[in-house]
Design a protein around this ligand. Sequence first.
Ligand code: MG
Length: 222
Amino acid sequence: MLELTQRKGFLFDMDGVLFDSMPYHAKAWHDTFADFGIAFSEYQVYLQEGSTGAKTVNDVFLAQKHRLATDEEVQAIYERKCERFKACGQTVPMPYALQVLERVREHGWKVGLVTGSGQRSLLGTLEHYYPGFFAADNMVTAFDVTHGKPDPEPYLKGMRKLGLQPGETVVVENAPLGVRAGKAAGAYVIAVNTGILTENDLAVAGADVVLGSMSELWRQLA
Ligand code: MG
């Protein structure tokens, strides 16, 4: 059972929650790092998801090259990754995400979005698939934060934008770093395992509950 008494708003992650975009991100990161002679598996992409592009590049450089990437390397790799992501084609919405948003609104809860993404092509399609749900006053993106997930900053900023206290906030996440960010910000965190991770990957990150899909979340919000 979800613990939703006293909750007043939901903050949704974007990739892997609102968009079924993680297979494309995984392939784009994997292929981009391969272009630069670096091995990085798609499972690792899922594990690090939610981090900013720059932090992802720097983490991989530290682990494999024992140094940080230069600003030029970060920019070149992230630009290539964005190109490869776009070349994957149009991202499709996550099944049942729109129904979840509608049900949250029907219950009178506020809705916001908190993403580590700076992928403008994807941010631009939010209004197309989820008309009337997201605008500048209820969105936090990579352009708004100094510290990406798992730092609590993105979710704390989301709460501030919506006028929510941590105990009033529900976070919906699909990634371990996002779950940790939501918990560090003091929210109730629902993990939806929409990708290739194990349920345990999300449970050990601290999720209050782990569900298998957005349709399962939709049913539990009835
Ligand atoms: Mg995600």
